[in-house]
Design a protein around this ligand. Structure first.
Ligand code: MRU
Length: 345
């Protein structure tokens, strides 16, 4: 399998093939994973990342456990699946898609009547369905989202919410892809996204492959660029949308505050699997990663030894900064989202 941005993860008879995102853009290297532990390691080391992809990959982690299980009956395979789900839950705490997918696959397994073989089939099928549905949801997000994009727009995006963060097409980049294929003459500004550089390494890589015009800036240039009138709209993805806020890559909140100051509309594109209607911002665990990522730039140390540093991987943007949420069914205001959460929460 070459690098396929229309389907970033593939299941084949007990193995999962995906792209090692830590090597991009300099090397295109595929990862073949055959166990749940292998999936957990790939998530922790960020070889796979991005909220919707974490959901799909976690589901496949359970599919690998099921497929390779020697369990003789349903009880035994359910115990093995529950143990794998625990391992996967402990990988990264913030993107809700991972927890959503594990819950969905475990529910399917529990509801399946019959023997271990029936559970294996149900778990593999459900995981495949999660992956396929993700691409479909992103394409619908693109269709709805293109309506908010005007010909000639300069669109700023942060981190990578593209094919690489999903099973295919992307959320924020899905909107950008859809607008581009509708013939709108747009330009994208991608922030580099310190410390792991998902914007510089992945977003620019994806857009260049499709010849969508993209300009890279460092994170600290956003205010200046906006003050010069060079940004018409911001479109970002999300790791979790709770009743009162959007949780996304560190730096999103800063961009949202700047956007409000400069009267630049701020859009969030995410599938329903990213909605966490029952929770508030205060309930969310923001992942704290190793400070090595901050005190180094790539392999090069950039701060004195023994320096103290912080490395929260995400931040929280209150709803008052958000113009609208683009999801697979519609484009809705934060107030409409809150109404939805009152119904579904
Ligand atoms: O730490 P990462 O790279 O997994 O964080 C990714 C993001 O914050 C994305 O913006 C988010 O997952 C949306 S992806 C469609």
């Amino acid at each position: 399998m070459g690098i396929n941005l229309t389907r970033t993860i593939e299941w084949k008879a007990g193995s999962v093939t995906t792209i090692d995102q830590t090597k991009l853009p300099n090397r295109t290297s595929l990862l073949k994973i055959e166990s749940c532990d292998g999936i957990a390691k790939a998530i922790r080391t960020m070889q796979v990342r991005g909220a919707p992809l974490l959901g799909a990959v976690a589901a496949y982690g359970l599919a690998l456990t099921a497929f390779h299980s020697k369990a003789k009956d349903k009880d035994q395979i359910m115990r093995e699946l529950a143990a794998s789900a625990e391992i996967l839950k402990r990988t990264r705490p913030t993107a809700v898609n991972l927890f959503w997918a594990l819950k969905r696959v475990m529910k399917k397994a529990e509801e399946t009547r019959g023997d271990a073989v029936d559970v294996v089939k149900a778990v593999v099928d459900e995981s495949q369905m999660i992956a396929t549905e993700d691409v479909e949801a992103n394409q619908k997000i693109g269709k709805h989202g293109t309506n908010i994009v005007d010909d000639g727009d300069n669109l700023l995006t942060h981190c990578n919410a593209g094919s690489l963060a999903t099973v295919g097409y992307g959320t924020a980049l899905g909107v950008i892809r859809a607008a581009w294929s509708d013939g709108k003459s747009i330009k994208v500004i991608a922030t580099e996204t310190r410390p792991l550089l998902q914007g510089a390494r992945l977003t620019t890589y994806e857009l260049l492959r499709e010849r969508i015009p993209v300009t890279l800036i460092t994170d600290n240039m956003v205010g200046y660029i906006m003050s010069k009138g060079l940004v018409d709209k911001v479109i970002v993805g999300a790791d979790r949308i709770v009743k009162d806020a959007v949780v996304n890559k560190i730096g999103t909140y800063t961009i949202a505050v700047l956007a409000k100051e400069h009267k630049v509309p701020f859009y969030v594109a995410a599938p329903k699997s990213t909605f966490d209607m029952n929770r508030l911002a205060e309930d969310v665990i923001v992942e704290e990663r190793n400070i090595e990522e901050v005190v180094k730039f790539g392999d090069m140390r950039i701060a004195p030894k023994k320096i103290s540093a912080l490395n929260p991987a995400f931040d929280i943007t209150p709803m008052k900064y958000i113009t609208a949420i683009i999801y697979e069914e519609d484009v809705i205001s934060p107030e409409e989202f809150q109404k939805l959460s009152a119904i579904n929460g």
